[in-house]
Write a protein that binds this ligand. Structure first.
Ligand code: C2E
Ligand code: CA
Ligand code: CA
Length: 373
C-alpha cells in the first residue's frame, strides 16, 4: 500500500487541478510497471495499491518502485516532487488471502504514515497496537454519542497577573475510560484527528463549555473560557453555526469564549485558517495562538492574524530560573506581543520564582500547576 506524504499541502499550495494531475501521473507510472501477475490500483484519495510477485528480496522491488515514483512530476509548468510512505505485506508469510493481505499492508502503511517513515514491513506485533487504537477509537466515538460522563471538561485558571483573580479558564478534556481508566488527551486527540473524529469531539467540547458558561452566568459568575481547536476544525464552516445555535440556547455571548489554535496548525494552511479566524473574530470571539514559539510562524504573517492573545509555550518557561538566556528570549516574545497589542499568557508555570519573573516582565496572565492543576 502506498500513500503520498502530505498530499494536502500539494493541493493547498498549487491547487486541486495540480493535485489531480499528480494523481493521474502516479497512476500512469504504476500502470507502466504492470506485467505478468502484477496489478496496480488506486484505493482512494492519495492511496494506491501494488500487487507484485517477488522472487527473493522485496526491498529491491520497493526501492525500484520508490525511485520511479519519486521522480519529479510536471504539471502546469511546475516541477513537483512527491514523497511516499509504503506499507508492505507478503504472502504467504503474513496472510493467506487477498483481503487479509491488503489489511496487513494497510496496518504497515498506517504505522509508516504516523511515524512519517518511508517504508514499514508488516510484523505481527503491530497488530495488537493497531487493534488497540481501533478499539479505543470505537470507544471514544461511543463515549461522545452516549454522553454518559466518561468525558468531562476541566477548567484550568489563567490568573491575571495584575489582580491575581481567576476570570479566564482553559477548558481541558478528560476521558475516564471504563476499563483503561485515565486516557491522556495527548494520546486520544491525535487519534481522533487521524480518524476524522475530531469534529464531533470538538462539537461535544463546545457544547459542554457553553452549557457550563450558561450555568455560571446564572450563578452570577462571569468567566471567559478557552476551547482548543484542531486544524481540521478550521476547515469546517459548520462549526461556527453549531456554536451560534448553542450560544443562543444558553444565552451566552461570543465574548465569553476564546479559541486556542496552535501556531503550527495555523501555519499548515495559513490562508484558509486566517480566513475562518477572521469570521470568528468578527463575531466577537477571542482568539489565541497556542504553543507560541514552537511552530515556525513567519513574523510577517503574525501581524495579519486576527488573534487577541499569544500563549508562550511551556518550553520557554521551564529553564527560566537557571538560564539567563531564556529570560532574554522570553523578553523578546513579550516585547513582540506587546507591540502587536496582544495579550500574553504564559503556560506551564510551576514555581513561585517563575511567577515573579513573569510578573516583572509584564506578562498579563499566568497559567500552570503553581496556581491550579
Ligand atoms: P495544551 O493546549 O498546550 O494544554 C496545556 C496542557 O498543559 C494541558 O495538558 C495541561 O494540563 C498542561 N499543564 C497545565 N499547567 C501545567 C504545568 O504547570 N506544568 C505542566 N507540566 N503541564 C501543565 P492536557 O490537559 O494533558 O492536554 C494536552 C493537550 O491536549 C493540550 O495541550 C491540547 O493540545 C490537547 N487538548 C486538551 N483538551 C482538549 C480539547 O478539549 N480539545 C482539543 N482539540 N484538544 C485538547
Ligand atoms: Ca491550549
Ligand atoms: Ca499550549
Amino acid at each position: 500500500c502506498l500513500n503520498i506524504l502530505d498530499f494536502r499541502t500539494v493541493n493547498d499550495t498549487f491547487g486541486h487541478h495540480v493535485g489531480d494531475a499528480c494523481l493521474r501521473q502516479v497512476s500512469e507510472r504504476l500502470q507502466a510497471l504492470q506485467g505478468e501477475n502484477r496489478l496496480a490500483a488506486r484505493l482512494g484519495g492519495d492511496e494506491f495499491l501494488v500487487v507484485a510477485p517477488h522472487h527473493g528480496a522485496i526491498e529491491a522491488e520497493t526501492d525500484t518502485l520508490r525511485a520511479l515514483l519519486e521522480q519529479p512530476y510536471s504539471s502546469h509548468e511546475l516541477d513537483i516532487t512527491l514523497r511516499f510512505s509504503m506499507g508492505v505485506a507478503a504472502s504467504p508469510q503474513d496472510a493467506g488471502n487477498a483481503s487479509a493481505l491488503i489489511q496487513k499492508a494497510g496496518i504497515a502503511l498506517d504505522l509508516a504514515r504516523r511515524e512519517t517513515k518511508g517504508i514499514v514491513f508488516y510484523e505481527r506485533k503491530m497488530e495488537e497496537a493497531h487493534l488497540k487504537r481501533l478499539s479505543l477509537l470505537a470507544d471514544l466515538k461511543a463515549a461522545i454519542n452516549a454522553n454518559d460522563g466518561q468525558l468531562k471538561m476541566y477548567y484550568q485558571p489563567k490568573i491575571c497577573a495584575r489582580t491575581l483573580t481567576a476570570t479566564r479558564f482553559e477548558a481541558l478534556i478528560r476521558w475516564i475510560h471504563p476499563h483503561h481508566g485515565f486516557v491522556a488527551p495527548d494520546m486520544f486527540i491525535p487519534l481522533a484527528e487521524q480518524a476524522g473524529l475530531i469534529n464531533s469531539l470538538t462539537e461535544w467540547v463546545v457544547a459542554a463549555v457553553i452549557r457550563q458558561l450558561g450555568e455560571w452566568q446564572q450563578q452570577d459568575f462571569h468567566a471567559q473560557v478557552a476551547v482548543n481547536l484542531s486544524a481540521q476544525d478550521l476547515s469546517r464552516e459548520h462549526l461556527l453555526e453549531h456554536i451560534n445555535t448553542l450560544l443562543q440556547r444558553h444565552e451566552v455571548k461570543p465574548e465569553s469564549i476564546s479559541f486556542e489554535i496552535t501556531e503550527s496548525e495555523i501555519m499548515r494552511d495559513a490562508r484558509a485558517a486566517i480566513q475562518l479566524l477572521e469570521k470568528f473574530r468578527a463575531q466577537g470571539f477571542h482568539l489565541a495562538i497556542d504553543d507560541f514559539g514552537t511552530g515556525y510562524s513567519s513574523l510577517s504573517q503574525l501581524k495579519n492574524m486576527p488573534v487577541t492573545e499569544l500563549k508562550i509555550d511551556r518550553s520557554f518557561i521551564r529553564d527560566l530560573e537557571q538560564d539567563p538566556e531564556s529570560i532574554l528570549v522570553l523578553e523578546s516574545i513579550i516585547g513582540l506581543a506587546q507591540n502587536l497589542k496582544l495579550e500574553i499568557v504564559a503556560e506551564g508555570i510551576e514555581t513561585e520564582q517563575q511567577v515573579a519573573i513573569l510578573e516583572q516582565r509584564g506578562c498579563d496572565f499566568i497559567q500552570g500547576f503553581y496556581f491550579a492543576r
